[in-house]
Design a protein around this ligand. Structure first.
Ligand SMILES: *[C@@H]1O[C@H](CO)[C@@H](O)[C@H](O)[C@H]1NC(C)=O
Ligand SMILES: *[C@@H]1O[C@H](CO)[C@@H](O)[C@H](O)[C@H]1NC(C)=O
Ligand SMILES: *[C@@H]1O[C@H](CO)[C@@H](O)[C@H](O)[C@H]1NC(C)=O
Ligand SMILES: *[C@@H]1O[C@H](CO)[C@@H](O)[C@H](O)[C@H]1NC(C)=O
Ligand SMILES: *[C@@H]1O[C@H](CO)[C@@H](O)[C@H](O)[C@H]1NC(C)=O
Ligand SMILES: *[C@@H]1O[C@H](CO)[C@@H](O)[C@H](O)[C@H]1NC(C)=O
Length: 478
């Protein structure tokens, strides 16, 4: 018996040490030049990151995660929901191709996230009727595939599916227009021992309401806490989490697990998006999660995925320029700021991606001989910005205080790098020239692009020309 107790103690200790409250990360790939999946997986390991959330079952990424020991939540994009809702067979195919196959090969898939914020108001209710049937069909398919115990369904929802009329977390309930639907979904998750997932964005609260108290976001106490009975909420994560928990309790689901699927702070593209704020928020978040103290209504470990790992230069900037700057790492896997992912070891620091291959050290700039009054400049800049990434230009952003020439060159260079430093992408009717002199300033990085990874290039070939393009390739190889 003594040995058993000893073993148990060691096991629980190891569990606490390795699994209890390590933070996970979102790994999105809406990038023109994503890092090779194997480089990212190595970096995850180097940083001790044990959980990732993916937005789709990308083949290259799933392959790279084989036998990595990293737990995976794999997402299903919203545009697949309709098919999955309408046909059990479609759901079975999806599970077989995108989950079972990889589970059998040693990918530690734990969750399937059905849809991504499908009830967001901007979707005009398009996914309201199909999300729940899709969840049901995917769950049935997981059971049928014999992996229902190890892989659970969930649905990542935006935090506006619940609200509190008084602002007090204890008064939380589901939004009235989708109350019935939410109860159905939650009840189904509960019956299947599956968690609910919610995305919480204090940054967006601040972006939408300049009067939102900044200190309420930052985990360091608040001058004006939200007082709810005997509880004083000093940070918006706890308050938001407990608003959801109250909504669940009110409807009879006291025990449902809650995953925070996305939470983070961007570093650029808005006056409140900068290194200091992002670092303060994310370090506060990591420390809160690793303390395992939980929230006032649910003390204990929390399951949280940081948004996000790496910047994505193809994300839509319709919500704001900050959308392309959520990463704790730049596009090339370089850490942006000092962040200890182990809350207890304050001297630990982020480890960047290793072995990243860059294109040549050269940039595209406005020719010195071209005057600012040149009639063609405006069109060139707007073309470059529409087809590349100018989200670091603007009021109080990292490149916001460049002079007019710098501003123009920034746009032209972005286009040139996005096009793999193709000479033709640095012409702009003879306005532009290539230079080997780095135009970057202290706060503003003129990027040099990285080499497109093989997996990505293959994907591009497949998308544009089908398999035809492989024939000459194969001939060359043979
Ligand atoms: C697997 O997932 C990928 C990525 O979302 C998708 O394109 C593909 O259609 C899925 N496969 C099946 C059989 O559903
Ligand atoms: C939602 O409705 C608005 C206004 O009717 C429209 O502009 C927008 O394109 C719609 N969005 C979607 C995703 O259908
Ligand atoms: C959803 O279903 C309801 C009731 O069947 C129907 O009235 C509504 O038009 C449907 N909405 C969409 C977006 O399909
Ligand atoms: C929650 O879990 C506890 C302990 O496992 C159990 O006694 C209780 O009935 C559960 N409550 C609900 C609402 O399922
Ligand atoms: C803390 O992190 C530093 C830097 O990564 C490392 O050298 C040190 O060994 C770590 N200390 C502990 C106790 O893990
Ligand atoms: C720089 O570019 C941004 C975005 O294109 C523009 O809003 C800003 O006015 C420009 N600044 C200067 C000094 O030209």
């Amino acid at each position: 018996m003594a040995i058993h107790y000893g073993t148990l103690t060691v096991l629980s200790f190891l569990y606490l040490l390795t699994c209890a409250s390590a933070i996970g990360v979102n790994w999105g790939i809406q990038s023109s030049h994503p890092l090779p999946p194997s480089t990212v997986v190595q970096m995850l390991k180097d940083n001790g990151i044990q959980k990732v959330k993916l937005f789709e079952a990308d083949e290259g990424i799933m392959e790279a995660l084989k036998k990595s020991g990293i737990q995976v939540m794999v997402g299903i994009p919203n545009d697949l929901l309709d098919g999955l809702a309408g046909s059990e067979k479609t759901a079975e195919n999806w599970v077989s191709k995108n989950v079972s196959k990889y589970v059998n090969d040693g990918v530690d898939v734990r969750y399937v996230a059905v849809g991504n914020e499908p009830f967001l108001q901007t979707y005009n209710g398009s996914f309201l009727n199909i999300t729940y049937p899709a969840i049901q069909n995917v769950q049935a398919a997981l059971i049928k595939a014999g992996i229902g115990n190890q892989v659970k369904v969930t649905v990542p929802l935006n935090a506006d599916v619940y609200t509190s009329p008084t602002g007090k977390p204890s008064d939380g309930d589901f939004r009235s227009d989708i109350h019935g639907l939410m109860v159905q979904i939650v009840s189904f998750l509960n019956d299947n021992n599956a968690p609910i997932t919610v995305n919480i964005y204090p940054f967006i609260s601040l972006y939408e309401d300049p009067n939102f108290p900044l200190d309420y976001a930052f985990f360091q106490g608040s001058a004006a806490p939200v007082v709810d009975g005997s509880i004083s909420y000093t940070n918006v994560l706890d308050a938001n989490h407990d608003t959801l928990l109250s909504a669940l309790r009110k409807n009879g689901f006291n025990n449902l697990s809650i995953i925070v699927g996305e939470i983070g702070w961007p570093t650029d593209g808005d006056m409140n998006a900068n290194m200091q704020n992002a670092r303060q928020f994310n370090q506060g978040l990591v420390n809160h999660v690793s303390s395992s103290q939980g929230t006032p209504l649910r003390p204990g470990p929390m399951d949280v995925y940081l948004f996000s790992l790496i910047d994505e230069d193809l994300k839509s900037i319709q919500p704001g320029n900050f959308e392309r700057h959520w990463g704790i790492l730049y596009y090339d896997g370089t850490p942006k700021y000092q962040l200890s992912l182990s809350g207890t070891n304050t001297s630990a620091t982020l480890v960047g991606a290793k072995g990243v291959k860059y294109l040549d050290r050269k940039w595209c700039v406005l020719k010195p001989s071209i005057g600012l009054d040149n009639q063609n400049i405006a069109a060139a800049v707007s073309y470059a910005c529409a087809n590349a990434d100018c989200s670091s230009l603007g009021y109080k952003t990292s490149c916001g205080n460049l002079d007019a020439r710098g501003n123009i060159s920034y746009a032209l260079n972005s286009y040139y790098q996005m096009n793999d430093q193709d000479e033709r992408a640095c012409d702009f009717n003879k306005l532009a020239t290539v230079t080997t002199e780095n135009p970057s300033t202290t706060s503003c990085r003129f990027n040099i692009m990285i080499e497109a990874s093989l997996a990505t290039s293959l994907r591009l070939i497949r998308c544009s020309w089908g398999w035809v393009a492989f024939v000459p390739l194969l001939v060359i190889f043979l």
